[in-house]
Design a protein around this ligand. Sequence first.
Ligand SMILES: O=P(O)(O)OC[C@H]1O[C@H](OP(=O)(O)OP(=O)(O)O)[C@H](O)[C@@H]1O
Ligand SMILES: O=c1cc[nH]c(=O)[nH]1
Length: 203
Amino acid sequence: MRPDSAVPTPVDASPAPGAPAPSPSRTVLTASDISRALRRVAHEILEHNKGGSDLVVLGIPSRGVVLAQRLAAVMESVEGRPVPVGALDVTMHRDDLRRQPTRSPRHTDIPGGGIDDKVVVLVDDVLYSGRTVRAALDALSDLGRPRAVRLAVLVDRGHRELPIRADHVGKNLPTSSSERVSVRLSDHDGVEDQVTIAGGDRP
Ligand SMILES: O=P(O)(O)OC[C@H]1O[C@H](OP(=O)(O)OP(=O)(O)O)[C@H](O)[C@@H]1O
Ligand SMILES: O=c1cc[nH]c(=O)[nH]1
């Protein structure tokens, strides 16, 4: 199904007696849409960087890491050599730690060559307020000094609260701030890849 022809799908769980009915969720990207978007983004990154040399692809946990690995795999197939890929935990650099003190730190895994003088591509599933990416930039600066930092996201849903933008976007998705975008990836969630939107005023 094309993302632009999103069809409403009912949420499967029935509400508890007396509870408000759950909002319907709509599928906006299917597995094949996601696969095509990631291939395009991988090609864009290689084109922009004039190849894979000096690239380090770092995913923001949790689903950003899965997406980073998929992007690096496509780049490797195009370039014929591995592109270093890893993970960057941003938890301790978040600006909402006092509001949500229960967040547990995730895994940081920087490839052997480090990030100094490299072009680091940060990868996340959703870009919304921009606060996670701001925290990622802070986390990166503890680890070294890249030559440049780029941002690739599967979905940009707008509503930025900081002056941050993505260099590579799988899908720009206009949303209302009361909606929630959910990304599900087979190798993380055990269900078919999909992006859905729930909530808001839309049917
Ligand atoms: O631009 P922002 O407003 O920061 O929102 C985007 C972030 O929100 C989600 O992470 P979340 O904190 O929900 O955790 P998750 O990765 O475990 O789903 C998503 O994975 C992004 O990392
Ligand atoms: O809708 C949203 C907002 C932030 N993070 C998400 O994963 N989805």
